[in-house]
Structures are given as C-alpha cells and as structure tokens.
Ligand binder design. Structure first.
Ligand SMILES: Cc1cc2nc3c(=O)[nH]c(=O)nc-3n(C[C@H](O)[C@H](O)[C@H](O)COP(=O)(O)OP(=O)(O)OC[C@H]3O[C@@H](n4cnc5c(N)ncnc54)[C@H](O)[C@@H]3O)c2cc1C
Length: 456
C-alpha cells in the first residue's frame, strides 16, 4: 500500500465510502433511546425556520458573555426576540407574557429553565470534578474525551490567570479520573505508540487579554508564559493538551506561538499536543503544508495531533469581511468547503503514510466526511486505530455511539463550566445545528442515506 494513491471520484473509493457510511448508519441508536431530544428538536426547528429569529440569536451571542446571571440572560434574550417582526406563534405568546410585571418574571424563569435544559445537552457539568462520572462512563463504553473549560471572553490579566489556574486544576483532576480506568487498547495506542488518556482543550484567547491582530507579539508573549506552564503541567501528568483554533484574526499568532513553544528543547520529550486546521478557510492547504513540514523537521517524542474541522466561525468571518470590503477568507459554497475537507483529509493521511510524525483527528458530525476519512485511511494501508474521530457532546452523540460500537477510536469534546459562561458556546451550537446547510439539519429532515453519502 506504500504507493497507493487516492483519486477524487475513484468509483472503488466511493463504493467503500457508501459501505462504511451504510454500516455506521445501521449502528446509530434508535431514536427511542433519546426521548428528550425530541423536545430540543422543536426548538431547533423553530430557529431553523426563521431568519429574523436567527439574526436575533446571533446578536444575543455577542452580549451573552457579559451577562452575569441567567435572569440577566433571559432579559437580554427577551429584548432581542422583541425585535423579531413576524414572530413564530410560540415566541409571540411568550412575548405577550412580557407585557406585565408578573409575566416578565414568569418569562424570565421559563427562559432560564429552557436555557438550562438546552445547555445540559451540550455542557456536561459545571466543573471537571463534577464531570468525572460521565468521563468514566464514556471510557467504559469505549469513548475517550477531551474536556474544554468554558468562559470565552478574557479582558483582564486576572481572568487570564484564573483560566490558566482552572486549566492546571483540570489537568490534575483528569489525570486522577483516568488513573484506575481499565485498559482500552484502541483508545490508548496506535502505530506511533501510547496515546495519553487525560486530554484537555484550551483556547489561547482565554490565556491573555492582549491578543490583537494589530499587535500580535504582546499577546503571544503574554499567553506564551501561561501556555508554557500548562505544557509543563501536562508533561508531568502525561496528559495531552490541544490548542483550539478560533477566528481568523488570531490564527497566525496562535499557530506561531504553539509551534514555537513545542519546538523548544524543553518540550522535546512531551507533552503530546495538538493544533486545529479549519477547512472552511481558502488558504487552509498552506497551513496543512506548514504543519506537515514542521512535524517532519521538529524532533519530538510525541507526534503532532492535527484536528481537522470545517470551522465554527463561518458567519463571523463572512460578516467581518463584508463590513471591511475584504474578499471572504472562507468558502462561500458549502460543497467547496466539504471538498476541501476531503482533500485535506487525503493530504494529511498521505503524509502520515509517508512517515510524517502526525496523528490525524477528523472532527465532524457529517457521515460523508467521516466515512470518507475512514475509507481513505484504509485505502492508504492505515489501520482503523491510526485514525481518530471526534464529535461534540450533544451534537454527535448518535455518531459517537455508532463509531464506538463499530470499534473506531472516537473522542467526545466535553465543555465544562457554568451555564452563563457557556452561553456563547451554546447559541453557536444552536445556530450551527439549525443552519439549512448543516449536515445534522439535513439528517434530521430525513434526507435518504444515499444522498447524504454522495460526494460533495
Ligand atoms: C471535536 C470537535 C472540536 C472542534 N474544535 C473546533 C475548533 O477548535 N475551532 C473551530 O473553528 N471549530 C471547531 N469545531 C467545530 C467545527 O468547525 C464545525 O463547526 C462543526 O463540527 C460542524 O461541521 P460538521 O462537519 O460537523 O458539519 P457540516 O454540516 O458538514 O458542516 C458545517 C460547517 O460547514 C461550513 N459551512 C457552512 N455553510 C457554509 C457555506 N455556505 N460555505 C462554506 N462553508 C460553509 C461551516 O464551517 C459549518 O460549521 C470542532 C468540532 C468538533 C466535532
């Protein structure tokens, strides 16, 4: 297989993708196993059907991190929903309640309860310690985790210190949680060797209040000091540290900082660490080449993990570019993004096959994207254990179950934090899930499997 090549549209490869996708779809749990989901789906349908409502929710995402309580949030939410002209009936009824003092109070309480209910689908617990039962249960079910501490807006040095301290504490807790769990070979070893059990995802923007595109050096220096400490911590605890990627204005600074730190002699023997590649960016193939080149030229004990995603800030990048009259840095057409995702999957798996010290983690809920990655990996001679698949808690639960029961290595990204801090995360997920072009939305609409697995 050393010289096997992957050609776009190869009929044998397409056949294998259909086979893999069909087997995974058959392994999805039946809907009856998740009766609560039906409730959430109604809220999702409402948001999907109404552009004005979606716009109100987008504005809400911007203010959410500044809110201090659920009541405060509910008040803002009512305010934004008030601006929706032609309200869907359930929202119109709710807004009528807001006309009286008692009604406003009831609406606030109902909104807070609704938010709490939705939030628990996506946010696993308030603290890493409180998440321990879930993390352990998942491991027993053959599912690995990556914990993410919520709290997205860091505006002071004290907040950055606080986030770094919470991350250090989370690493300790995760190491303890995983200590006495039984062996799960496919979760902890691939052809490169051992894979750390504790896994924490961190955001560089939360490690400094100074990360600005016009003066990246200051932010990098400031975040770098805190990130260095976290890397030391992770190495001592044999944990994996994954650096999330955020919007484009911080991408270069985050990439430069992380690659420079990991290349430092101090971290030659660890920890295992990873970066994110966003396929919706038109120039992502260049960044992929940079990761491949860097990994080949930087001797480290642990291979660099590249998490391939489509990207969570599509609307933000599009609006920002339009406002400034810049060309959009992201693909405008969803199928172009999906095709690029597949091309990057092939490029990274070929680099792995050719000996680059890289691990690929394909993070997607799209059955076609995931089945394509599995089929390409097999075509190139890789074992199923050499590919990691990742999903978000609450969005990819069914796919996670199907992958785990089919013996694949799947890792679920588990946000932890209080619900107010998690609001921006929550609404972003809601909007993503209700976009007409989202795979999950199409799946919920009952698109036939054959169509879902068709090449983009
Ligand atoms: C474990 C995990 C970790 C993640 N970490 C990160 C991270 O660090 N940074 C980050 O940015 N994202 C991250 N994401 C989110 C990810 O980028 C996607 O937003 C999400 O997974 C949806 O993509 P999909 O393949 O599941 O679904 P799909 O429905 O196939 O794709 C939806 C995606 O397509 C893209 N898209 C939508 N409309 C268009 C259009 N008109 N033109 C072009 N492209 C379009 C957008 O990126 C959108 O999110 C992560 C996801 C997972 C599962």
């Amino acid at each position: 297989m050393a010289d096997a090549r992957v050609e776009v549209g190869d009929p044998a490869l397409e056949e294998e993708i259909r086979r893999v996708g069909g087997a995974l779809a058959a392994a999805f749990p039946s809907a009856a196993r998740h009766p609560l989901k039906a409730l959430d789906s109604r809220a999702m349908d409402l948001a999907a059907a109404d552009e004005e409502l979606r716009a109100a929710l987008f504005r809400f995402v911007d203010v959410a991190p500044a809110c201090r309580s659920l009541d405060d949030l509910a008040a803002h939410l009512s305010g934004f929903l008030d601006e929706v002209g032609d309200k869907p009936p359930p929202i119109a009824a709710a807004m009528r309640m807001a006309d009286t003092g008692a009604g406003r109070k009831a609406l606030g309480a109902a909104a807070a309860a609704g938010v709490r209910h939705m939030a628990h689908r996506f946010i696993v617990a308030e603290t890493p310690h409180a998440a321990r039962h879930l993390v352990r249960r998942l491991w027993h079910q053959g599912v690995a985790t990556s914990v993410d501490l919520l709290g997205e807006a860091t505006v002071t040095a004290a907040e950055a210190d606080g986030y770094a301290a919470r991350c250090a504490d989370a690493l300790e807790r995760l190491a303890a949680i995983h200590e006495d769990l039984p062996h799960r070979l496919h979760l902890e070893r691939d052809r490169h060797g051992p894979i750390p059990r504790p896994n924490l995802s961190v955001k560089v923007s939360a490690l400094t209040p100074l990360l600005r595109p016009d003066a990246p050096e200051r932010g990098m220096r400031d975040a770098g000091a805190r990130l260095r400490e976290l890397l030391r911590h992770a190495r001592r605890l044999h944990a994996h540290l994954h650096i999330d990627m955020e919007s484009l204005d911080s991408r270069e600074a985050v990439t430069d900082l992380v690659l420079a730190l990991l290349a430092d002699d101090e971290f030659r023997d660890g920890p295992s660490a990873g970066v994110v590649l966003q396929a919706y960016l038109r120039d992502s193939p260049q960044l992929a080449e940079r990761f491949i080149g860097w990994a080949g030229a930087t001797p480290r004990a642990a291979p660099l993990v590249v998490r391939l995603v489509k990207g969570a800030y599509w609307d933000h990048e599009t609006v920002e570019a339009l406002q400034h009259g810049w060309p959009t840095p992201v693909f405008d057409v969803k199928a172009d993004c999906d095709r690029n995702f597949e091309a990057l999957t092939v490029r990274l798996l070929e680099a792995c096959r050719d000996g680059a010290p890289l691990r690929l983690a394909v993070a997607s809920h799209n059955l076609r994207s995931v089945s394509h990655a599995i089929a390409v990996n097999r075509r190139l001679g890789g074992g199923d254990r050499d590919l990691e698949l990742q999903v978000l808690r609450g969005l990819g639960d069914d796919l996670q179950d199907a992958l785990a029961t089919s013996g694949f290595r799947v890792r679920v990204y588990c946000p932890v934090g209080d619900l107010v801090a998690g609001m921006a995360y929550l609404v972003r997920r809601l909007l993503e899930n209700t976009s007409n072009e989202s795979f999950l939305h199409e799946q919920a609409r009952g698109i036939p499997l054959e169509e879902m697995l068709r090449a983009p």
